[in-house]
Design a binder for this molecule. Structure first.
Ligand SMILES: Nc1nc2c(c(=O)[nH]1)N[C@@H](CN(C=O)c1ccc(C(=O)N[C@@H](CCC(=O)O)C(=O)O)cc1)CN2
Ligand code: GAR
Length: 209
């Protein structure tokens, strides 16, 4: 039986699209299916990509929670509801593909208790530029002569942001002639490949088990 993927997004969804394409005509065909796409932003273009592929979507915005309950309580309620929404979708695997919220223990613990794994795509090498704006920070470090390579990875999600065990890592060289845009393009191109390959490695290992 094909693994059911719930994909969390916040933006364009180009990595979501690579997963959708792979489930329809690529290495994920027959072994995985995107059963739901959830975004924290209603205007995320990835929602349109999902709808065009006939995939159910939902939006789970943070602002209404903060407005009603305040920042701290609002975030906790947001995370608790997010966890319940994901669990109700009964995924085999949750994929963060440009999901721009830190997943708190309120989200992670209930999923772990149900053996629902979460993976994340991050545009940097393990331990290098955790968090947001990783590509820009790598480019800046290269400009300062501190590094000559960066990359992208898919990793298991734990409380420590981008600190989870890497599943797939691919390096990218930063050339002197690179701009932040050319570096972004190089990284985005490898992201689409390693995310699909990582999902394949996980679901095929589960199937073989
Ligand atoms: N507990 C974890 N949560 C998340 C992980 C993780 O490894 N562990 N990976 C991230 C994805 N991510 C980088 O790959 C990332 C996304 C967002 C942030 C962040 O600081 N978000 C801020 C809000 C930023 C915004 O809304 O513009 C926040 O949540 O307060 C850091 C890392 C997904 N989550
Ligand atoms: N820290 C998380 C992070 O930076 N994620 C990054 O968001 C982009 C999503 O693009 P997409 O919406 O086109 O898939 C990707 O480049 C991904 O690595």
């Amino acid at each position: 039986m094909a693994a059911s993927l719930v994909v969390l997004i916040s933006g364009s969804g180009s990595n979501l699209q690579s997963i959708i394409d792979a489930t329809q005509n690529g290495i994920l065909k027959g072994e995985a299916i995107v059963t739901h796409v959830l975004s924290n932003r209603k205007n995320a273009y990835g929602l349109e990509r999902a709808s065009k592929a006939g995939i159910p979507t939902s939006v789970h915005p943070l602002l209404p929670y903060k407005k009603e309950y305040g920042n701290e309580v609002g975030r906790k309620k947001y995370d608790t509801d997010l966890s319940e929404k994901i669990i109700a979708l009964k995924p085999s695997l949750v994929v963060c593909a440009g999901w721009m919220h830190i997943l708190s223990p309120e989200v992670l613990a209930p999923l772990e208790n149900r053996n629902i794994g979460i993976i994340n795509l991050h545009p940097a090498l393990p331990g290098a530029f955790n968090g947001i704006h990783a590509i820009e920070r790598a480019f800046e470090a290269a400009q300062q002569g501190k590094i000559t390579k960066t990359g992208a990875m898919v990793h298991w999600v734990i409380t420590e942001v981008d600190g989870g065990k890497p599943i797939l890592v691919q390096e990218v060289s930063i050339e002197p002639q690179d701009t932040v845009e050319t570096l972004e393009n190089k990284i985005h191109n490898i992201e689409h490949k390693i995310l699909v390959e990582a999902i394949h490695n996980i679901v095929s290992a589960t199937t073989d088990a």
